[in-house]
Design a protein around this ligand. Structure first.
Ligand code: NAP
Ligand code: ZN
Ligand code: ZN
Length: 348
Protein backbone atom coordinates (compact mmCIF):
# COMPACT_ATOMS: atom_id res chain seq x y z
CA UNK A 1 0.00 0.00 0.00
CA UNK A 2 1.54 3.35 -0.98
CA UNK A 3 1.76 5.49 2.15
CA UNK A 4 2.68 9.14 2.57
CA UNK A 5 5.76 9.80 4.68
CA UNK A 6 8.67 12.21 5.27
CA UNK A 7 12.20 11.00 4.58
CA UNK A 8 15.80 12.13 4.48
CA UNK A 9 17.50 10.97 1.30
CA UNK A 10 21.04 11.92 2.31
CA UNK A 11 22.94 13.16 5.37
CA UNK A 12 22.81 16.72 4.12
CA UNK A 13 19.32 16.95 2.60
CA UNK A 14 16.40 18.23 4.66
CA UNK A 15 13.53 15.84 5.27
CA UNK A 16 10.79 16.05 2.66
CA UNK A 17 7.74 14.21 1.27
CA UNK A 18 8.33 10.58 0.33
CA UNK A 19 6.16 7.55 -0.38
CA UNK A 20 6.74 4.19 1.30
CA UNK A 21 5.00 0.88 0.68
CA UNK A 22 3.37 -0.74 3.71
CA UNK A 23 2.57 -4.45 3.50
CA UNK A 24 -0.97 -5.82 3.43
CA UNK A 25 -1.62 -6.91 7.03
CA UNK A 26 -0.75 -10.58 7.62
CA UNK A 27 -3.03 -12.59 9.98
CA UNK A 28 -0.92 -11.39 12.95
CA UNK A 29 -0.61 -7.73 11.92
CA UNK A 30 -2.21 -4.55 13.15
CA UNK A 31 -2.59 -1.69 10.67
CA UNK A 32 -2.44 1.66 12.47
CA UNK A 33 -3.40 5.12 11.18
CA UNK A 34 -0.78 7.28 12.87
CA UNK A 35 -2.18 10.22 14.84
CA UNK A 36 1.00 11.41 16.58
CA UNK A 37 4.72 10.69 16.36
CA UNK A 38 7.31 12.05 18.78
CA UNK A 39 10.61 13.50 17.57
CA UNK A 40 13.57 11.78 19.27
CA UNK A 41 17.14 13.06 19.06
CA UNK A 42 17.99 9.61 17.63
CA UNK A 43 15.85 10.57 14.61
CA UNK A 44 18.17 13.52 14.03
CA UNK A 45 21.33 11.42 14.58
CA UNK A 46 19.98 8.95 11.99
CA UNK A 47 18.71 11.50 9.43
CA UNK A 48 22.13 13.19 9.43
CA UNK A 49 24.12 9.92 9.61
CA UNK A 50 25.85 11.06 12.79
CA UNK A 51 26.44 7.47 13.92
CA UNK A 52 27.74 6.42 10.50
CA UNK A 53 25.34 3.55 9.70
CA UNK A 54 22.25 5.17 8.20
CA UNK A 55 20.80 3.55 5.07
CA UNK A 56 18.99 6.08 2.86
CA UNK A 57 16.23 6.92 2.32
CA UNK A 58 15.38 6.93 6.03
CA UNK A 59 11.90 7.62 7.43
CA UNK A 60 12.54 8.30 11.15
CA UNK A 61 10.01 8.11 13.98
CA UNK A 62 9.69 5.54 16.77
CA UNK A 63 7.28 7.20 19.18
CA UNK A 64 4.14 6.19 17.34
CA UNK A 65 0.56 6.43 18.54
CA UNK A 66 -2.48 5.92 16.36
CA UNK A 67 -5.84 4.36 15.76
CA UNK A 68 -6.20 0.78 14.56
CA UNK A 69 -7.61 0.62 11.04
CA UNK A 70 -7.57 -3.13 10.35
CA UNK A 71 -6.35 -6.27 12.09
CA UNK A 72 -5.38 -9.70 10.78
CA UNK A 73 -7.65 -12.62 11.67
CA UNK A 74 -5.34 -14.05 14.36
CA UNK A 75 -5.06 -10.72 16.23
CA UNK A 76 -6.77 -10.92 19.63
CA UNK A 77 -5.75 -7.82 21.62
CA UNK A 78 -6.73 -5.10 19.15
CA UNK A 79 -9.71 -4.26 16.97
CA UNK A 80 -10.47 -1.49 14.50
CA UNK A 81 -10.95 1.84 16.29
CA UNK A 82 -8.65 1.06 19.27
CA UNK A 83 -5.76 3.35 20.21
CA UNK A 84 -2.45 1.52 19.74
CA UNK A 85 1.21 2.42 20.03
CA UNK A 86 4.54 1.30 18.60
CA UNK A 87 7.98 2.11 19.97
CA UNK A 88 11.49 1.39 18.73
CA UNK A 89 11.01 -2.33 18.01
CA UNK A 90 8.81 -4.06 15.42
CA UNK A 91 10.21 -7.61 15.45
CA UNK A 92 12.81 -10.00 16.88
CA UNK A 93 13.55 -13.74 16.72
CA UNK A 94 11.31 -14.36 19.80
CA UNK A 95 13.21 -17.56 20.73
CA UNK A 96 16.73 -16.57 21.85
CA UNK A 97 17.75 -16.16 25.49
CA UNK A 98 17.23 -12.38 25.34
CA UNK A 99 13.81 -12.56 23.69
CA UNK A 100 12.55 -15.21 26.10
CA UNK A 101 13.58 -12.91 29.00
CA UNK A 102 11.54 -10.07 27.49
CA UNK A 103 14.67 -8.23 26.35
CA UNK A 104 13.84 -8.12 22.64
CA UNK A 105 16.05 -5.05 22.22
CA UNK A 106 19.03 -7.36 22.79
CA UNK A 107 17.78 -10.17 20.50
CA UNK A 108 20.77 -12.35 19.60
CA UNK A 109 19.43 -12.67 16.06
CA UNK A 110 19.26 -8.88 15.83
CA UNK A 111 16.20 -6.87 16.88
CA UNK A 112 14.25 -5.25 14.05
CA UNK A 113 14.10 -1.55 14.82
CA UNK A 114 11.10 0.50 13.71
CA UNK A 115 13.18 2.33 11.12
CA UNK A 116 16.42 1.59 9.37
CA UNK A 117 16.24 -2.08 10.45
CA UNK A 118 16.15 -5.14 8.20
CA UNK A 119 12.45 -5.81 7.60
CA UNK A 120 11.73 -9.56 7.80
CA UNK A 121 8.71 -9.13 5.53
CA UNK A 122 10.07 -6.97 2.71
CA UNK A 123 13.77 -7.79 2.94
CA UNK A 124 14.40 -4.04 2.67
CA UNK A 125 14.74 -1.51 5.49
CA UNK A 126 11.90 -0.64 7.85
CA UNK A 127 10.34 2.82 7.62
CA UNK A 128 9.30 4.66 10.78
CA UNK A 129 6.51 6.80 12.10
CA UNK A 130 6.93 10.07 10.15
CA UNK A 131 4.19 8.54 8.05
CA UNK A 132 0.41 8.30 7.81
CA UNK A 133 0.23 4.62 8.73
CA UNK A 134 2.23 1.59 9.80
CA UNK A 135 1.69 -2.18 9.82
CA UNK A 136 3.14 -4.00 12.85
CA UNK A 137 2.93 -7.48 14.35
CA UNK A 138 0.51 -7.55 17.28
CA UNK A 139 3.32 -8.84 19.55
CA UNK A 140 5.11 -5.49 19.15
CA UNK A 141 2.00 -3.32 19.42
CA UNK A 142 1.25 -1.66 22.77
CA UNK A 143 -1.86 -0.59 24.67
CA UNK A 144 -2.11 3.00 25.87
CA UNK A 145 -4.11 3.73 29.05
CA UNK A 146 -7.29 5.60 28.13
CA UNK A 147 -6.73 8.40 30.65
CA UNK A 148 -3.52 9.58 28.94
CA UNK A 149 -3.69 12.35 26.33
CA UNK A 150 -2.64 10.62 23.08
CA UNK A 151 -0.25 13.34 21.87
CA UNK A 152 1.46 13.54 25.28
CA UNK A 153 1.65 9.74 25.52
CA UNK A 154 3.41 9.21 22.16
CA UNK A 155 6.95 10.05 23.38
CA UNK A 156 6.62 7.55 26.21
CA UNK A 157 7.33 4.93 23.53
CA UNK A 158 11.01 5.92 23.45
CA UNK A 159 11.81 8.76 25.86
CA UNK A 160 9.61 7.10 28.49
CA UNK A 161 10.89 3.53 28.33
CA UNK A 162 14.53 4.55 27.82
CA UNK A 163 14.53 6.33 31.19
CA UNK A 164 12.05 4.08 33.06
CA UNK A 165 14.03 0.89 32.36
CA UNK A 166 17.46 1.90 33.77
CA UNK A 167 15.91 3.75 36.72
CA UNK A 168 14.10 0.51 37.62
CA UNK A 169 17.09 -1.75 36.97
CA UNK A 170 19.53 0.33 39.03
CA UNK A 171 17.04 0.78 41.85
CA UNK A 172 15.93 4.41 41.82
CA UNK A 173 13.69 4.50 44.89
CA UNK A 174 13.08 6.21 48.22
CA UNK A 175 16.32 6.66 50.13
CA UNK A 176 18.45 6.83 46.94
CA UNK A 177 20.05 9.91 45.42
CA UNK A 178 19.64 9.91 41.64
CA UNK A 179 21.02 12.39 39.12
CA UNK A 180 19.62 13.05 35.66
CA UNK A 181 21.94 14.82 33.20
CA UNK A 182 20.30 16.95 30.47
CA UNK A 183 16.75 18.25 30.41
CA UNK A 184 15.55 17.24 26.95
CA UNK A 185 13.05 14.64 25.79
CA UNK A 186 14.67 11.77 27.73
CA UNK A 187 15.85 13.91 30.63
CA UNK A 188 12.47 15.39 31.47
CA UNK A 189 10.99 11.89 31.65
CA UNK A 190 13.97 10.73 33.71
CA UNK A 191 13.22 13.49 36.23
CA UNK A 192 9.51 12.62 36.31
CA UNK A 193 10.17 8.89 36.84
CA UNK A 194 12.97 9.29 39.41
CA UNK A 195 10.67 11.59 41.37
CA UNK A 196 7.69 9.21 40.99
CA UNK A 197 9.84 6.31 42.26
CA UNK A 198 10.60 8.34 45.40
CA UNK A 199 14.32 9.02 44.80
CA UNK A 200 15.96 12.28 45.83
CA UNK A 201 16.26 13.63 42.30
CA UNK A 202 18.93 16.05 41.11
CA UNK A 203 18.83 17.54 37.62
CA UNK A 204 22.06 18.60 35.93
CA UNK A 205 21.54 21.08 33.13
CA UNK A 206 23.64 23.45 31.06
CA UNK A 207 20.64 25.77 30.64
CA UNK A 208 20.01 28.28 33.44
CA UNK A 209 16.61 29.02 31.93
CA UNK A 210 15.48 25.46 32.79
CA UNK A 211 15.91 25.69 36.60
CA UNK A 212 12.26 26.44 37.40
CA UNK A 213 10.98 23.83 34.93
CA UNK A 214 13.32 21.20 36.39
CA UNK A 215 11.87 21.73 39.86
CA UNK A 216 8.33 21.79 38.55
CA UNK A 217 8.95 18.48 36.73
CA UNK A 218 10.03 16.84 39.99
CA UNK A 219 13.70 17.63 40.66
CA UNK A 220 14.51 18.24 44.33
CA UNK A 221 17.64 20.13 43.28
CA UNK A 222 18.87 21.61 40.01
CA UNK A 223 22.61 22.01 39.39
CA UNK A 224 24.02 24.15 36.58
CA UNK A 225 26.74 21.80 35.34
CA UNK A 226 28.98 24.66 34.18
CA UNK A 227 29.28 25.82 37.81
CA UNK A 228 32.31 23.91 39.20
CA UNK A 229 31.56 24.82 42.81
CA UNK A 230 27.97 23.61 42.56
CA UNK A 231 29.21 20.34 41.03
CA UNK A 232 31.89 19.88 43.69
CA UNK A 233 29.25 20.18 46.40
CA UNK A 234 27.87 16.80 45.27
CA UNK A 235 31.18 14.87 45.07
CA UNK A 236 30.88 11.20 46.08
CA UNK A 237 27.18 11.41 46.94
CA UNK A 238 25.09 9.74 44.21
CA UNK A 239 23.77 6.17 44.02
CA UNK A 240 23.00 6.52 40.33
CA UNK A 241 23.34 9.07 37.55
CA UNK A 242 21.40 8.78 34.27
CA UNK A 243 23.20 10.59 31.45
CA UNK A 244 20.92 11.62 28.56
CA UNK A 245 23.26 14.05 26.80
CA UNK A 246 23.35 13.83 23.00
CA UNK A 247 26.66 15.64 22.39
CA UNK A 248 30.29 15.58 23.60
CA UNK A 249 30.57 16.38 27.30
CA UNK A 250 32.78 15.64 30.32
CA UNK A 251 31.67 12.23 31.61
CA UNK A 252 34.37 12.32 34.33
CA UNK A 253 32.78 15.37 35.94
CA UNK A 254 29.73 13.16 36.70
CA UNK A 255 31.61 9.95 37.59
CA UNK A 256 33.29 11.81 40.42
CA UNK A 257 29.88 12.60 41.91
CA UNK A 258 29.06 8.88 42.43
CA UNK A 259 29.46 7.35 45.89
CA UNK A 260 30.70 3.84 46.77
CA UNK A 261 29.30 1.31 44.27
CA UNK A 262 27.42 4.07 42.47
CA UNK A 263 26.56 3.61 38.80
CA UNK A 264 26.45 6.06 35.95
CA UNK A 265 24.18 4.83 33.14
CA UNK A 266 24.67 6.25 29.66
CA UNK A 267 21.55 6.46 27.53
CA UNK A 268 22.50 9.50 25.46
CA UNK A 269 24.66 8.54 22.48
CA UNK A 270 27.12 11.28 21.47
CA UNK A 271 28.51 10.41 18.05
CA UNK A 272 32.13 10.57 19.31
CA UNK A 273 33.79 8.37 21.98
CA UNK A 274 33.81 10.06 25.41
CA UNK A 275 37.10 9.74 27.37
CA UNK A 276 36.87 8.12 30.82
CA UNK A 277 39.54 8.51 33.49
CA UNK A 278 39.92 5.03 34.99
CA UNK A 279 40.86 6.40 38.43
CA UNK A 280 37.34 7.82 38.51
CA UNK A 281 36.05 4.23 38.45
CA UNK A 282 38.53 2.62 40.87
CA UNK A 283 37.86 4.97 43.75
CA UNK A 284 35.33 4.24 45.24
CA UNK A 285 34.42 1.18 43.09
CA UNK A 286 32.13 2.98 40.67
CA UNK A 287 30.46 1.51 37.58
CA UNK A 288 29.83 2.94 34.14
CA UNK A 289 26.94 1.25 32.33
CA UNK A 290 24.68 1.66 29.31
CA UNK A 291 21.04 0.94 28.62
CA UNK A 292 19.03 0.62 25.40
CA UNK A 293 15.28 1.40 25.37
CA UNK A 294 13.43 -1.54 27.01
CA UNK A 295 11.67 -4.77 26.07
CA UNK A 296 8.03 -5.01 25.03
CA UNK A 297 6.68 -6.25 28.39
CA UNK A 298 8.54 -3.53 30.29
CA UNK A 299 7.31 -0.90 27.80
CA UNK A 300 3.74 -2.00 28.55
CA UNK A 301 4.53 -1.93 32.29
CA UNK A 302 5.83 1.65 31.88
CA UNK A 303 2.70 2.72 29.97
CA UNK A 304 0.48 1.19 32.65
CA UNK A 305 2.53 2.92 35.38
CA UNK A 306 2.05 6.23 33.54
CA UNK A 307 -1.70 5.60 33.29
CA UNK A 308 -1.92 4.82 37.00
CA UNK A 309 0.12 7.85 38.09
CA UNK A 310 -1.10 10.16 35.32
CA UNK A 311 2.39 10.74 33.92
CA UNK A 312 2.86 11.96 30.35
CA UNK A 313 5.33 14.04 28.38
CA UNK A 314 5.51 17.82 28.11
CA UNK A 315 5.24 18.48 24.40
CA UNK A 316 5.16 21.04 21.61
CA UNK A 317 2.88 19.93 18.81
CA UNK A 318 4.21 20.61 15.29
CA UNK A 319 3.16 19.98 11.72
CA UNK A 320 5.11 17.42 9.68
CA UNK A 321 6.29 20.26 7.44
CA UNK A 322 8.04 21.90 10.45
CA UNK A 323 10.34 18.94 11.08
CA UNK A 324 13.57 20.51 9.79
CA UNK A 325 13.03 23.61 11.92
CA UNK A 326 12.24 21.33 14.89
CA UNK A 327 15.57 19.49 14.42
CA UNK A 328 17.44 22.82 14.42
CA UNK A 329 15.64 23.90 17.58
CA UNK A 330 16.31 20.53 19.27
CA UNK A 331 20.03 21.04 18.61
CA UNK A 332 19.82 24.32 20.51
CA UNK A 333 18.02 22.58 23.44
CA UNK A 334 15.07 24.79 22.55
CA UNK A 335 12.12 22.45 23.11
CA UNK A 336 9.80 21.97 26.08
CA UNK A 337 10.45 19.10 26.17
CA UNK A 338 9.52 16.94 23.20
CA UNK A 339 8.29 17.83 19.73
CA UNK A 340 5.35 15.70 18.63
CA UNK A 341 4.15 15.67 15.03
CA UNK A 342 0.40 15.98 14.50
CA UNK A 343 0.14 13.52 11.62
CA UNK A 344 -3.12 15.08 10.38
CA UNK A 345 -0.79 17.69 8.83
CA UNK A 346 0.67 15.05 6.51
CA UNK A 347 -2.75 14.01 5.28
CA UNK A 348 -4.06 17.59 4.81
P1 NAP B 1 17.27 16.13 23.44
O1 NAP B 1 15.83 16.34 23.67
O2 NAP B 1 17.97 16.93 22.40
O3 NAP B 1 18.00 16.33 24.87
C1 NAP B 1 19.39 16.27 25.02
C2 NAP B 1 19.79 17.22 26.17
O4 NAP B 1 21.20 17.08 26.36
C3 NAP B 1 19.57 18.68 25.90
O5 NAP B 1 18.29 19.10 26.21
C4 NAP B 1 20.61 19.35 26.80
O6 NAP B 1 20.08 19.47 28.11
C5 NAP B 1 21.73 18.33 26.83
N1 NAP B 1 22.81 18.72 25.94
C6 NAP B 1 22.76 18.89 24.60
N2 NAP B 1 23.96 19.25 24.11
C7 NAP B 1 24.79 19.29 25.17
C8 NAP B 1 26.17 19.58 25.34
N3 NAP B 1 26.93 19.91 24.28
N4 NAP B 1 26.70 19.53 26.57
C9 NAP B 1 25.94 19.21 27.63
N5 NAP B 1 24.61 18.91 27.55
C10 NAP B 1 24.06 18.97 26.34
O7 NAP B 1 17.57 14.61 23.07
P2 NAP B 1 16.80 13.26 23.53
O8 NAP B 1 15.78 12.92 22.51
O9 NAP B 1 16.45 13.36 24.94
O10 NAP B 1 17.97 12.19 23.33
C11 NAP B 1 19.16 12.28 24.08
C12 NAP B 1 20.18 11.27 23.61
O11 NAP B 1 19.71 9.96 23.95
C13 NAP B 1 20.44 11.24 22.11
O12 NAP B 1 21.81 11.01 21.89
C14 NAP B 1 19.63 10.06 21.63
O13 NAP B 1 20.11 9.49 20.44
C15 NAP B 1 19.80 9.12 22.79
N6 NAP B 1 18.78 8.07 22.92
C16 NAP B 1 19.18 6.86 23.40
C17 NAP B 1 18.27 5.86 23.61
C18 NAP B 1 18.70 4.55 24.21
O14 NAP B 1 17.97 3.57 24.12
N7 NAP B 1 19.86 4.51 24.87
C19 NAP B 1 16.92 6.07 23.31
C20 NAP B 1 16.54 7.32 22.84
C21 NAP B 1 17.47 8.33 22.65
P3 NAP B 1 20.30 20.81 28.98
O15 NAP B 1 19.81 21.96 28.15
O16 NAP B 1 19.43 20.55 30.16
O17 NAP B 1 21.75 20.88 29.33
ZN1 ZN C 1 14.22 7.46 20.49
ZN1 ZN D 1 15.81 -13.05 19.90
Amino acid sequence: MPTRAFAATSATSPLGPFTVTRREPTPRDVEIDILFCGVCHSDLHFARNEWGFTAYPVVPGHEILGRVKRVGKEVTRFKAGDIAAVGCLVDSCRTCSSCTRGLEQFCLGGPVFTYNGPDKHSGAMTFGGYSESVVVDEAFTLKVPANLDPARAAPLLCAGITTYSPLRKWGAAKGKKVGVVGLGGLGHMGVKFAHAFGAHTVLFTTSERKIADGKQLGADEVVISKNADAMAGHTGSFDMILDTVSADHDVNAYLSLLGLDGTMVMVGVPPNPQPVGVFNLLMPRRSLAGSLIGGIAETQEMLDFCGKHNIACDIELIRMQQINEAYDRMLKSDVKYRFVIDMASLKA
